[in-house]
Ligand binder design. Structure first.
Ligand SMILES: Cc1cc2nc3c(=O)[nH]c(=O)nc-3n(C[C@H](O)[C@H](O)[C@H](O)COP(=O)(O)OP(=O)(O)OC[C@H]3O[C@@H](n4cnc5c(N)ncnc54)[C@H](O)[C@@H]3O)c2cc1C
Length: 333
């Protein structure tokens, strides 16, 4: 019976969609389930609306800022995204700052962005998957194991690929599955609040991104106009995890502190015309396992995402989900 049932992929972020693509390519029946209305997960992009500024319509990256490429397999995939115009090289140089202001510029690996926001990359990845096999707006509440199958919210599947942050997986995986919970308890996760601010045109200094060091309020500032490839004066600032954790029930409440920290670093005195805040309760794991994924043949539960494959980053999420998909396809066949 078991191998006639589809595989459930929980999560339609980078790891879940990479996993589903492998299952699809190997003709393994599957269904992707996500609580969000759209695919993308933490590669989240939002269009500015009703801001009262000239920049309504600007697509802002309010989750991941960019991605880097090391793995040769990921490089092949990214080159295809670049060839099709989905992804673009952004920059290899970011400024560094302290609370007093910008202190220098540091060159590093190429950082990639997407013309239409990072979420468009996941949409592009999902294009080969039959739309009826992606089930949005469905929050999984219970995953348990029976003799030869896994039950997801009352529905039987042959196996499950759990492609969500560990703390979210803990909420729906049966507490009786002690070995799985042991894995999910290995790593702590931290919060981030992303504050988007729209300034007057031609007021921003020239920068792509700024790593903010030794600051209790901000860790990172992105010039979202440059990231998008235009000059829209839109900035996204990430609030320090310790401060973000205090504002999870009222993310907008941190905006005044974030702006008070942002303006002197950018050398500005005028407040932005518009601002908003996005909360990520489980933004990033504080460390990651070197293993690419886990699959327990005994309970048929696979785990993937950016707390695997050396994460925490987009590339790790892709690698982890992709390799779990390859493993599940072999297991199935
Ligand atoms: C603020 C921020 C900044 C970041 N900056 C960078 C960066 O600059 N560079 C970089 O490489 N990475 C960055 N990251 C990390 C990057 O976004 C992640 O590594 C990557 O997107 C993780 O993909 P994933 O598929 O593992 O998880 P996710 O993208 O989180 O996908 C999980 C999916 O599971 C769904 N889900 C959760 N619970 C349930 C449930 N109960 N039922 C159904 N669905 C559920 C969610 O809706 C989500 O779509 C950043 C992340 C954040 C939040």
């Amino acid at each position: 019976m078991t191998n006639q049932l589809p595989i459930a992929v929980i999560g339609a972020g980078m790891s879940g969609i990479a996993c589903a693509r492998m299952l699809h390519q190997h003709n393994v029946p599957f269904r992707v389930i996500d609580r969000g209305r759209v695919v993308g997960g933490r590669m989240a992009s939002r269009r500015i609306r009703e801001s009262g500024t000239a920049f309504d319509g600007h697509i802002t990256d309010i989750g991941a800022s960019y991605f880097t490429v090391q793995d040769p397999d990921f490089a092949t995939v990214v080159n295809l995204w670049i060839d099709t115009g989905v992804a673009r090289e952004w920059t290899d140089a970011f400024h560094v700052a302290t609370p007093a202001g910008i202190s220098g510029i540091r060159t590093g690996p190429m950082r990639y962005s997407a013309t239409n926001g990072l979420r468009s990359i996941i949409e592009h990845q999902a294009e080969i998957l039959p739309t009826e096999l992606i089930q949005p707006s469905t929050q999984v509440a219970a995953v348990s194991v029976q003799e030869d199958h896994v039950v997801v919210d009352g529905e039987p599947f042959s196996a499950v690929a759990v492609c969500v942050p560990d703390p979210q997986a803990k909420q729906f995986i049966d507490a009786a599955l002690a070995s799985t919970h042991e894995i999910l308890n290995q790593i702590d996760w931290e919060a981030v609040i992303a504050v988007t601010a729209v300034f007057e045109p031609d007021t921003l200094p020239k920068f792509d991104g700024i790593f903010v060091n030794e600051h209790r309020v901000l860790t990172w500032i992105a010039n979202d106009g440059h990231r998008r490839g235009n000059e829209d004066p839109v900035v996204v600032a990430h609030v320090h995890p310790e401060l973000a954790a205090q504002y999870l029930t009222d993310p907008a409440g941190v905006i005044p502190q974030a702006l008070d920290a942002l303006l002197p670093i950018l050398g500005l005195t005028e407040h932005p015309q518009w601002s908003s805040a996005m909360r990520w309760t489980f933004a990033k794991p504080t460390s990651a396992r070197p293993e690419l994924y886990s699959f327990d043949e005994g309970n048929r539960i696979g785990l993937a995402g950016d707390s695997w494959a050396g994460g925490p980053k987009v590339e790790a999420a892709w690698k982890s989900g992709h390799e779990l998909g390859v493993h599940l396809a072999q297991w199935w066949n």
